[in-house]
Structures are given as C-alpha cells and as structure tokens.
Design a protein around this ligand. Structure first.
Ligand SMILES: Cc1cc2nc3c(=O)[nH]c(=O)nc-3n(C[C@H](O)[C@H](O)[C@H](O)COP(=O)(O)O)c2cc1C
Length: 202
C-alpha cells in the first residue's frame, strides 16, 4: 500500500479552479485504480500556512526528538517524508507557483527529515525512490522557448523535490487558459481524459 500526498495550492474557492478540476480528476482516477492506497489531501490555504518564524528556524536546525512530530512546522516535514508519491496542483502565478507553496516547502525542507548534510559538506536528499507529478494550468503558452525560460514554477517544484532526492518527477501543464479564443471547457475536458490515463500507471 502506498501513501499519496495530494498538495493543493489555490486561493480560488472549490470548483472555480481549472487546475483543481484536472488534479481532482487525476486523484479520482488514481483512487479507482489503486483502491488500497491511502490518499492524504493537503489544501495549503485551508492549513493557513504562514511564513516561518525565528523559533521555527531554531526547531528546523535542532536535533529531532519524538515530540518534534507534533511541532506545528516540523509535522509537515514528517508527513511529507512518510508519503510515497506526491501530486502537487498549482496554477502559474506571476511566472511561478503561488507564494504559499514556497512557504510550505520552507516547512518541508528540514535537515534530518527530508535532506541531510554529508561529511564532505554537500547535501543529500533523504527521499530517494519516491515519485511526483506537478499538475498546473497557465494563462499563456510556456511550452517552448523563449517563454519556457520564464516559467519558474515548474522549475522550482522540480528543483526543490531534487533537494529531497525525489527525481522521478513529471509536469502536466495546460497552457493558454486565458488566451482569447481558447475553448476552456474543451481544453479542460481533454486534460481530464489525459490525466485519468496517467493516473492508472502513476
Ligand atoms: C495572481 C495571478 C497571477 C497569474 N500570473 C500568470 C502568469 O504569470 N502567467 C500566465 O500565463 N498566467 C498567469 N495567471 C493566469 C493563470 O495561470 C491561469 O488563469 C490559470 O489557469 C489559473 O488556474 P486556476 O483556474 O486553477 O486558478 C495568473 C493568475 C493569477 C490569479
């Protein structure tokens, strides 16, 4: 049995987000195809993720004990480390992920839980062998240069997962959502079909 952590980040109310319509369909299809797996949904806006404080930084760099699991910040790092697969749903905002995603990864990037320092002074991820899919929608088209160079959200998710040793990652991006002439309903319906297929083998 695998544990899937479904991380959602959008200020829009439930049902109004095109990204979530696609990512929720992925999750529904995954559940149907993997009925014994556990799916944990983490809606970052509902969690009220806030910037880390001076005390949180102290906790992040202190030795971990059994009570660390209950710490309001460290608990997210343990939850992340204990999952086997990640589904991350974010729209593109101002060329990157919504800011709350960065705040969340400040919670998750914890020495001794998701990554460690090596004796040689390097950094080593502690979550090798896990896999992730990032599902995103974007107003414009970032699928090819030169605009693909400006798309920092996809790159950020891949890079931060790499810090933890999660290298088996993919992005499912739907472009041109806000371009005039786009038949958004048709594009979303096609994307849903595609992700339902992907969910079978995820
Ligand atoms: C705050 C904000 C910033 C955005 N920034 C960009 C952007 O930099 N580039 C872009 O192509 N679209 C941008 N968009 C458009 C969204 O990426 C696009 O509408 C996306 O489909 C929204 O997904 P949703 O329906 O799940 O909210 C932005 C939208 C919002 C609300």
């Amino acid at each position: 049995m695998s544990t899937i952590l479904y991380i959602k980040a959008n200020a829009k109310p439930e049902g109004a987000s095109r990204t979530f319509r696609i990512s929720d369909s992925f999750i529904d299809a995954y559940r149907q195809n993997h009925p014994n797996d556990q799916i944990i949904t983490l809606d970052l806006y509902k969690e009220n993720i806030a910037p880390i404080t001076k005390d949180d930084i102290g906790a992040i760099y202190s030795p971990k004990t059994e009570s660390s699991r209950k710490h309001p910040v460290l608990k997210y790092a343990y939850q992340f480390a204990e999952a086997d697969k990640y589904v991350i749903a974010t729209p593109l905002w101002n060329l990157s992920v919504p800011g709350i995603v960065k705040l969340y990864f400040d919670y998750v990037s914890v020495v001794g839980i998701t990554f460690r320092y090596t004796s040689g002074g390097g950094v080593e991820g502690m979550l090798e062998g896990k896999k992730a899919i990032h599902i995103t929608t974007r107003g414009g088209d970032y699928s090819a240069p030169p605009l693909s160079e400006y798309e920092l959200g996809e790159r950020y998710i891949k890079t931060i997962l790499g810090l933890f040793g999660v290298y088996d990652t993919s992005t499912f991006a739907v472009d041109n959502m806000d371009r005039s002439g786009t038949d958004v309903e048709a594009v979303v319906a096609n994307a849903i079909k595609d992700v339902q297929e992907k969910a079978k083998s995820f």
